[in-house]
Design a protein around this ligand. Structure first.
Ligand code: KIV
Length: 272
């Protein structure tokens, strides 16, 4: 049963702000390929994130750092070909926007032009404000990302909850406000205390989408392969698994192998 307060034929960045004003929670999931994006879009999710988590999920890297701009464009253009309704946001990968705002603008333009994505997401606060402002001058919508920012994993050292200490919480609140003032249309808050996330969401007019940030924010995002239970090695507290696809798929593969070996497959109705 849908709990949407208003039907959107196509979700835009403006729709997300409207949803926040209407107190309708925003649903967001990742996708990196055509087939998955088609199912996610047809199910009615509001936002599809072509996350740089593709580096882990699709390519098997330990971190999100190795994925390239060309690879992100490949994933995003596959997703764009599948969707009818969802807003598609594409991560700018590590090394394509930090420290040089001209580089940031060029990277964002390549994403928009070559993949057809609708907006970009960047990790960080005041350190990347110049890059955010320059991308916005080209009319490209920008989503911010604060809290646990996996592209900075070597600075943090671990994937544990961020902003538990007062100083880091203060910096996060200042950065969130700055991102809104710069013109970001929304912010992802990853793995921060629920109380802090709620406070940030209530203090901003733009939507705050949480992952491991509790229920007091304006929407939720999960990595699709994790929520479907396709991945096993990763079990954070915030992850709700809606299926155990790893086991389901593994059982199907084992049955197929058995059927081939026993000559049960193909039978006479499965041939020409
Ligand atoms: O890359 C990603 O999937 C993300 C989400 C975890 C928010 O940034």
């Amino acid at each position: 049963m849908s709990t949407a307060k208003k039907e959107y034929k196509r979700v835009t960045v403006k729709s997300l702000i409207e949803m926040k004003n209407n107190k309708e929670k925003i649903s967001m999931l990742t996708a990196y390929d055509y087939t998955m994006a088609k199912i996610v879009d047809q199910a009615g999710v509001d936002v599809i994130l072509v996350g740089d988590s593709a580096s882990n999920v699709m390519a098997g890297h330990e971190t999100t750092l190795p994925i390239t701009l060309d690879q992100m464009i490949y994933h995003a253009s596959s997703v764009i070909r599948a969707i009818d309704r969802s807003l598609v946001i594409v991560d700018l990968p590590f090394g394509t926007y930090q420290g040089n705002s001209k580089n940031a603008l060029d990277s964002a333009i390549r994403i928009m032009k070559e993949s057809g994505g609708h907006a970009v997401k960047l990790e960080g606060g005041s350190e990347i404000s110049e890059s955010i402002s320059r991308i916005l001058t080209a009319g490209i919508p920008v989503m911010g990302h604060l809290g646990l920012t996996p592209q900075s994993i070597y600075k943090f050292g671990t994937y544990t909850v961020r902003a538990k200490e007062e100083a880091e919480a203060k910096k996060l609140k200042e950065d969130a406000l700055l991102l809104e003032q710069l013109g970001c249309f929304a912010i992802v808050l990853e793995k921060v205390p629920a109380k802090l996330a709620k406070e940030v969401a209530e203090s901003l007019t733009i939507p705050v989408i949480g992952i491991g940030a509790g229920g007091g924010v304006d929407g939720q995002v999960l990595v699709t392969h994790d929520m479907l239970g396709m991945t096993h090695e990763f079990s954070p507290r915030f992850l709700r698994r809606y299926l155990d696809l790893y086991t389901e798929m593994s059982n199907a593969f084992q049955q197929y192998i058995k059927d081939v070996k026993s000559k049960d497959f193909p039978n006479k109705d499965e041939q020409y």
